[in-house]
Design a protein around this ligand. Structure first.
Ligand code: PLP
Length: 378
């Protein structure tokens, strides 16, 4: 087939793959078993844990999108990271940024204690320091870019070169930017993971994960363990992610346009001390001047939901210190800059003016509630 551009690939993902009926949209194949045409023969599908036609459409399309060789759809983003960790043996070390999704930190700590996988957390803003921390036991660099929740971009190309030089795997969690904004494999990564629960699904209605890898050996190992462990994505959930992906380019444009506008507006909001926005994507974090504002702010938002996820069409606000990053010990959290004044916004695709008005109103009511009506001194 001729090469298709991203919007075309995604808008038509899985379409016209059922010649028997001519169905434009892909059917959801619920069958777990597939009849063999004869002894030693297969239609390519034998048992649903190994391969399912609906899941295969998602996996093949997503591997093309991330420019990898194969993709593996998992039952959650954490199952996707768990699948990647199946590549590790006791003693195989990981270097990861300090600013990391709390659930990933929790899983890494489990692997460290239970299976002897050493994980070291470093600031990744200085590549030479990371390079100096590589030891004979290091097997991989595991990066989220931008980091979560401080939203600092990490230069994947530099770390791709470092990984290659030292024979390490570069693993990138691309949940926040998606392949619309960043293609880690093109920049030198070996493996990309996603919480497809976020932008890829896009509607806060499906829990899913994806792993994409480059290279026959890695893909073979991941395929074997995906089947062996079985945390695969169900046919219906695969279909929901396919449907979400069809509008991903459009949604990312709107998320980004709204986030830029809100970041700009929040910089002049009197109760906001700092806005953390990398200039791309739909995620931004902010620090309020007084942590006492947080509770009344959250209570007074009408459009923006206080909820613990991101990447959906509707705007969410999250309080990392008690939600996404609660599993990181408090002292450690504070040292990493995740303090009680930090809030994270997943900016949706609503009208930006409505979102800005909601924030301005809630900040005003929060100031009144804590008895601080004056604009604080800077
Ligand atoms: N990676 C990142 C960056 C996340 O934000 C999350 C969840 O919030 C995950 C992985 C885990 O994904 P899931 O919740 O789909 O298991």
């Amino acid at each position: 087939m001729t090469k298709r551009n991203t919007s075309t690939l995604l808008a038509q993902l899985g379409n016209r793959t059922d010649p028997r009926t001519g169905a434009v949209n892909p059917p959801i194949h619920l069958s777990t078993a597939y009849e063999h045409p004869g002894l030693g023969r297969s239609t390519g599908f034998d048992y649903a844990r190994t391969k399912n036609p609906t899941r295969a459409l998602l996996e093949e399309g997503f591997a093309e999108l991330e420019e990898g060789d194969a993709a593996f759809a998992c039952s959650s983003g954490m199952a996707a990271i768990g699948l990647v960790l199946s590549l590790f043996r006791p003693g195989d070390g990981i270097l990861a940024p300090e600013d990391l999704y709390g659930g990933t930190y929790r899983l890494f700590e489990h692997y460290r204690r239970q299976y002897g996988i050493p994980v070291d957390y470093l600031p990744f803003d200085d590549p030479s320091e990371v390079e100096r921390s590589i030891t004979a036991g290091t097997k991989a660099l595991f990066i989220e870019s931008p980091t979560n929740p401080l939203l600092q971009e990490i230069d994947l190309e530099i770390y791709g070169k470092i990984a290659k030089k030292h024979g390490l795997l570069l693993i990138v969690d691309n949940t926040f930017y998606t392949p619309i904004l960043q293609k880690p494999i093109v920049l030198g990564a070996d493996i990309v993971v996603h919480s497809a629960t976020k932008y890829l699904g896009g509607h806060n209605d499906v829990l899913a994960g994806l792993v994409v890898a480059k290279g026959e050996d890695l893909c073979g190992q991941l395929a074997a363990h995906h089947n062996a462990e079985g945390a695969v994505l169900s046919p219906f959930d695969s279909w929901l992610v396919i449907r979400g992906l069809k509008t991903l380019p459009l949604r990312m444009r709107q998320h980004e346009a709204n986030a830029r506008e809100i970041a700009e507006r929040l910089r002049s909001e009197p109760s906001v001390k700092e806005v953390l926005y990398p200039g791309r994507g739909g995620m931004l974090s902010l620090r309020v001047r007084d942590p006492a504002l947080v509770a009344p702010l959250l209570e007074n938002l009408e459009l923006i939901a206080f909820a613990e996820s991101l990447g959906g069409v509707e705007t969410f606000i999250t309080y990392p210190s008690t939600q996404t990053h609660a599993d990181i010990p408090q002292k450690e959290r504070t040292r990493r800059g995740i303090d009680d004044s930090l809030l994270r916004l997943s900016v949706g695709i609503e009208d930006a003016d409505d979102l800005i008005a909601d924030l301005a109103r809630a900040f005003e009511l929060a100031r009144q509630k804590i008895g601080n009506t004056a604009v604080p001194a800077t």
